[in-house]
Design a protein around this ligand. Structure first.
Ligand code: SF4
Ligand code: SF4
Length: 332
């Protein structure tokens, strides 16, 4: 939710945005106009990367303001298309009863779309996933943020039915929903969400004697949803340290991370390739042998341009599997 009382109209959110070319005067004018509920060029230029929420020094959540206006003015999709997208993802059947366990992993929709990323001993814990547990964070990428909020409670309630005290989130978006967005919507989350990186680091620590350091230099592709939960970033670094992986310093990392730009394709909002090339060349020029992605959607989105530039993409979970000797390290 945008907190207008915290906004001091500094303009940082739009000046530092990597997708909207705004000088300070424009930025301040556009923010003021949007606070007044008006349409601005920001709505169409924004690729919904959430970065401005992290950039804002006052924690005013400027993306939430932009997203509410994108919905109001049907910037990306009509109300009818938003409703049919909602119908596509909504769960309407009977929920299978789950055995009561202390810890469960939610795989969101990825057991269906990317089952190869959820294989091996790391995933031998009770898992749930599919439509009943869909986190809906995708909806704020298409200008339908109210639908994301509308379904948040049912997601939390269904996860709570597992009786788990801890829910490991395979997808960064689910973690963002459970640890940040749902509480902002006033929803009580009656279990501890655990980020995939925390879970993987815990697992490696518990199996330290089995780790074979990978000794590779990688670039990290920080996904959009991580802008909601920067406090968990240290788990990523901890995981890399445990696995013997060096995260190279480069321009497009941490606060300056560049969105994979897949959203541009989805929204018909311009060609993502120039930005993807910029991102991959930045990794290459700074000595990375591969790019490690936390979000499977980044892998899908970047794979074409990465392949053309001989840059392997590795899923974060596979780093842990490689360190445990479960799968091979790619030959660079
Ligand atoms: S969400 Fe991303 S693209 Fe949109 S205004 Fe914020 S920083 Fe810019
Ligand atoms: S939303 Fe935050 S960054 Fe943007 S103008 Fe207001 S205070 Fe500054």
């Amino acid at each position: 939710m945008f907190k207008s009382d915290l906004c001091d109209l500094c303009g940082d959110c739009l000046v530092e945005c990597q997708w909207i070319d705004a000088d300070l005067q424009q930025a301040v004018g556009w923010i003021q106009a949007m606070i007044n509920g008006e349409q601005t060029p920001v709505l169409e230029k924004c690729i919904t990367c959430y970065a401005c929420n992290e950039i804002c020094p006052k924690n005013a959540n400027p993306f939430d303001l932009i997203a509410s206006l994108q919905e109001k003015y049907n910037t990306f999709i009509s109300k009818e298309d938003a409703q049919s997208t909602e119908a596509k993802y909504a769960f309407a059947g009977d929920l299978k009863s789950c055995s009561q366990v202390d810890r469960v992993m939610t795989t969101c929709v990825f057991q269906k779309t990317d089952p190869h990323l959820i294989e091996g001993e790391l995933y031998e814990l009770p898992t749930i996933g599919g439509k009943p547990y869909f986190c809906w964070v995708l909806l704020s990428h298409i200008g339908a943020q109210s639908i994301q909020e509308k379904h948040a409670k049912e997601m939390v309630d269904r996860l709570a039915l597992t009786g788990a005290k801890e829910v490991v989130c395979f997808h960064d978006d689910c973690y963002a929903m459970l640890s940040k967005l749902a509480p902002e919507y006033g929803i009580t989350v009656p279990f501890r969400p655990i980020h995939l990186a925390e879970y993987l680091a815990q697992y490696l620590k518990a199996n330290k004697d089995r780790i074979k350091p990978l000794n590779i230099e990688i670039a990290y592709q920080r996904p959009c949803a991580s802008r909601h939960t920067p406090e968990k970033e240290h788990f990523i670094d901890e995981l890399f340290d445990l696995a013997g992986v060096k995260r190279v310093q480069r321009t497009y990392d941490r606060k300056k991370a560049l969105c994979c730009a897949g959203i541009k394709l989805m929204l018909g909002n311009g060609d993502p390739r120039p930005d993807q090339e910029k991102n991959i060349l930045d990794a290459k020029e700074n000595g990375a042998h591969a790019i490690v992605c936390l979000c499977p959607m980044c892998i899908h989105s970047l794979s074409g341009v990465a392949g053309e530039n001989n840059m392997p993409l590795i899923f974060l979970g596979d780093i842990a599997r490689m360190a445990l000797g479960e799968i091979e390290i790619p030959i660079f």
